[in-house]
Design a protein around this ligand. Sequence first.
Ligand SMILES: C[S@@+](CC[C@H](N)C(=O)[O-])C[C@H]1O[C@@H](n2cnc3c(N)ncnc32)[C@H](O)[C@@H]1O
Length: 213
Amino acid sequence: MAPSGDNTVANVHSGIDSTNKTLLKSDALYTYILDTTVFPREHECMRDLRLITDKHPWGYMQSSSDEAQLLGMLIKMAGAKKTIEVGVFTGYSLLATALALPEDGKVVAIDTDRECYEVGRPFIEKAGMAHKVDFREGTGLERLDELLVEDDGAASYDFAFVDADKPNYVRYHEQLLKLVRVGGTIIYDNTLWGGTVAQLAIADGVTICRRIV
Ligand SMILES: C[S@@+](CC[C@H](N)C(=O)[O-])C[C@H]1O[C@@H](n2cnc3c(N)ncnc32)[C@H](O)[C@@H]1O
């Protein structure tokens, strides 16, 4: 899909329903946030990928636009260069990560489903971000074990985002605490799954951890 260059409300609103994971109980308020803050800053390749992914049968899995921008901002604030993502799907949060990284930054992107990643790859390439992405097919647990061997105790990663395989979050945390450096950041998505725990304004619960020892 060619970028339309048209970021009007009518155009971008076609993505609201499937990516609306916010726990805000007012659609009007969420629309206001998207229109005034999120969509005007969305890279055109991210917008095109979001709209294509909305038509995918599993499009509901895509990270929300507000969360993707939060990720990008946190990566920039942290000055992260080496990052990990578990749970790529078609690559919306991956592209947000790659865009936020410096030119020599890298993201190791892990997913069991290469086919979904292939949907997003042309948009990552079009955005000029392919050189930053190291896609690895397989389960998060297996691929992170490999990274632990490659990393060899160096804890060389600055940042990690986990958005897959929720029952194993505790095991990912054990692995990531060895991969992410002291002072680095680990983010877990959907930790308030469906809003049964509390009501927050960013997606449906994002847990942000900073390694301190
Ligand atoms: C919620 S989606 C990720 C959404 C993505 N962050 C985005 O921005 O669109 C979850 C992804 O996790 C993948 N997945 C499921 N189990 C997995 C596992 N054990 N290890 C790695 N990836 C897994 C699925 O194939 C799916 O693409």
